[in-house]
Structure formats: structure tokens, C-alpha cells
Design a protein around this ligand. Structure first.
Ligand SMILES: NC(=O)C1=CN([C@@H]2O[C@H](COP(=O)(O)OP(=O)(O)OC[C@H]3O[C@@H](n4cnc5c(N)ncnc54)[C@H](OP(=O)(O)O)[C@@H]3O)[C@@H](O)[C@H]2O)C=CC1
Ligand SMILES: O=C(O)C1=NCCCC1
Length: 312
């Protein structure tokens, strides 16, 4: 089992964060931490918004053994967790994958979702259409670039869902745009699916309930059954069936995704964000073939036993 340490988030100025994410894996006898900065990307900056580095230590003596670039693991691990949540939540009849945002996470989510699930259509929306077009044309399959987030989420397929969206003030264009402008890709997992020709029901999922987390850094969402979520579809299992694992200590301020906007303001957390809780499920019944291993994880024990000089 892996024992994650207490994660912490350090902020110098608004919209600039340094996250520290320590963990120890008894199985691999691996002691490690990821350091990740995430900064609001300025228009003229060539630097990626998220920059991560992984440090490996020798658990016996505490010496630093390796310094690894953390970009790939951040892209793939985040998408893998979304894929796990999706595997648990997605109605079998879901056919459409909707991606909001066209950055690093959009690409890694596209890759793993298209590998694991049989979507017949992919819709993509991004604030700057040019980047969406670039992503769409660089991936292997067909991707429809949408002019609005609403079109991407609702599409032309499910009128009932469209009506429900209009009925819910918080899911109107203003709300969506607000949310999207803060956390463009957060809505991906749950708002990503539509079923063709299936009767839509609103499952009683949860009410947004916001409160400050213990460290006062942000907000988290609590799952309280009551209001329907128009972005979820018939066939979705009750969240309580799949999300009963405890919150990983120290991760509270990261739970439910949209805790902090990049401008440093607490933002409202929508239901679709709560799937981030699946980040915490420790033992997942995934076929070993269903997630593609990536060399970085496979090589960790080897690196610790005999670190390559190139990593030191
Ligand atoms: N839970 C986790 O473990 C992780 C979560 N994340 C989160 O995933 C999200 C995406 O990260 P990543 O793909 O690496 O970031 P990128 O910088 O690569 O992409 C960011 C995307 O968000 C869009 N965007 C940024 N600001 C705004 C805005 N003000 N209004 C509308 N759209 C905006 C960008 O649009 P444009 O192309 O027009 O600039 C772009 O599509 C972030 O919220 C990040 O914090 C990331 C890594 C790990
Ligand atoms: O790398 C991660 O893990 C991150 N988690 C949440 C904020 C951005 C980076």
C-alpha cells in the first residue's frame, strides 16, 4: 500500500501555487515527493501552467536518489484517475465524449478515454478555438470542435437535458462560462457523457455545500442527497455506492476539484466536480490491461535500487 503524506499547497501571490505531494510505497519501498507549481498562464508566457518534478529518496538512509521530470506523470496520472471514476460512473450506453479545454489534460484525457471506452463521437470546446482546432487535428480520431461550451456539453442530441439545463440557473451559460473560465477541464468527467435515445432521469446526487477546509486554503464539496444534477444521466449509480472511501489525509483542500480558482478566489463547486473524490479509492477493480502502464512508474523500484547517474 502507498501511504500518502500530508499534501500541502503554498501560495506566494494569487494565482501562483507550489504543491508538495509526498508518498511512501511499502510495496515498492519507495519514498518520494512530487513538487508542482501551477501558475495562471499569461498570454505571453511560453512556460507551461503546471510544472512538476519528482524526487526519489532512499528510504533506508534518506538520501536523494533521483530527480525526475514530473510532466508526464502529472498528465497521465490525472487522466487515469478520471478514467477510473468514469469506469465506475459511466452509463453503459454513453456514446459521446465531451472535452472542455484543450491543454495538457485535455490531450491526456482524450488519449486514455479513447483507449478505454467505446465512444462514437468526441466534442471539444476551448476558450480559444484555435487551440481546440490544433488539438483536434493532432489526435488520431475525429473530433468535433464546438463553438460554445453548451453545444459541447448538451449537443443537439438530448433536448430534455437542454431544457433541464435552462431550468437550472446555475447551469446556464453564465454559470458554465464562469466555471469553465476558472477550471476549464474540471467538468470533463461527469459532463462528458450523453446517451442517445435514452430517457433522461435526474438522479438525486448531491447538493453543493461549501465550507472552508481546515487549513482555510479552499473549499470542498460535501455529498448530500437532494437536488438533481442535470449533467448526469440515467444509469449512473448512486455516488454513495462507489464513493465511500475516506478522504485521504491532507488532501482535503484538493477535493472536488474546483476549490480554488487560479485567481485565488474560492469558487462554487458543481456536482460534476465531486467525482474527483474517486482519486481516493485505494483498491480498484481494474483489469490490469485496462490502464496502460507508463515507464515512469514501472521503473521506480529499479531506480531506487540502482539509480541511473543520468537521473542524479
Ligand atoms: N487533479 C489533479 O491532479 C490535476 C489537476 N489539474 C487541473 O486541470 C486543469 C487543466 O490543466 P492543464 O491541462 O495542465 O492546463 P493547461 O494550461 O495545459 O490548459 C488549460 C486550459 O484551460 C483553459 N483556460 C485557462 N484559463 C482560462 C480562462 N480564464 N477561461 C477559459 N479557459 C481557460 C485554457 O484555454 P486556452 O487554450 O484558451 O488558454 C486551456 O484549454 C487545471 O485546472 C489544473 O489545475 C492539472 C493537473 C493535475
Ligand atoms: O499535479 C497534481 O496532482 C495537481 N493537483 C491539483 C492541482 C494541480 C496539480
Amino acid at each position: 500500500p502507498t501511504a500518502p503524506g500530508s499534501r500541502s499547497l503554498f501560495s506566494t501571490l494569487s494565482a501562483r501555487f507550489l504543491g508538495v505531494m509526498p508518498a511512501y510505497s511499502a510495496a515498492d519501498d519507495a519514498l518520494t515527493t512530487k513538487l508542482v507549481t501551477f501558475y495562471e498562464r499569461r498570454g505571453d508566457s511560453a512556460a507551461p501552467s503546471h510544472q512538476a518534478t519528482v524526487l526519489l529518496f532512499d528510504p533506508r538512509c534518506g538520501s536523494l536518489r533521483a530527480v525526475l521530470d514530473g510532466s508526464v506523470i502529472t498528465a497521465k496520472r490525472t487522466a487515469a484517475v478520471s478514467a477510473i471514476a468514469t469506469k465506475l460512473l459511466m452509463p453503459r450506453s454513453a456514446e459521446v465524449l465531451c472535452i472542455l479545454g484543450a491543454g495538457v489534460q485535455a490531450r491526456s484525457h482524450y488519449e486514455i478515454f479513447m483507449e478505454l471506452f467505446p465512444f462514437t463521437e468526441v466534442r471539444l470546446w476551448n476558450r480559444s478555438e484555435q487551440r481546440a482546432v490544433r488539438l483536434a487535428s493532432s489526435v488520431g480520431g475525429a473530433v468535433r470542435v464546438c463553438g460554445t461550451a453548451r453545444e459541447a456539453v448538451v449537443g443537439e442530441l438530448n433536448e430534455r437535458v437542454g431544457r433541464d439545463l435552462k431550468d437550472h440557473q446555475e447551469y446556464d451559460d453564465t454559470y458554465l462560462t464562469q466555471q469553465l473560465s476558472l477550471k476549464a477541464e474540471r467538468l470533463l468527467t461527469c459532463s462528458a457523457f450523453q446517451s442517445r435515445g435514452e430517457r433522461y432521469q435526474s438522479p438525486p446526487l448531491g447538493t453543493r455545500q461549501q465550507h472552508q477546509s481546515r487549513d482555510g486554503l479552499g473549499w470542498k464539496a460535501a455529498l448530500r442527497p437532494s437536488r438533481p444534477n442535470p449533467l448526469l444521466y440515467a444509469g449512473t449509480p448512486p455516488i454513495a455506492q462507489v464513493a465511500h472511501s475516506p478522504i485521504q489525509p491532507g488532501l482535503e483542500c484538493f477535493q472536488a476539484g474546483g476549490i480554488h480558482s487560479l485567481t485565488g478566489q474560492p469558487v462554487p463547486v458543481s456536482h460534476s466536480l465531486t467525482v474527483k473524490n474517486f482519486f481516493l479509492i485505494p483498491s480498484l477493480n481494474l483489469r490490469s490491461s485496462s490502464l496502460k502502464p507508463f515507464p515512469l512508474t514501472l521503473s521506480l523500484p529499479a531506480l531506487i535500487k540502482s539509480p541511473s547517474p543520468s537521473f542524479l
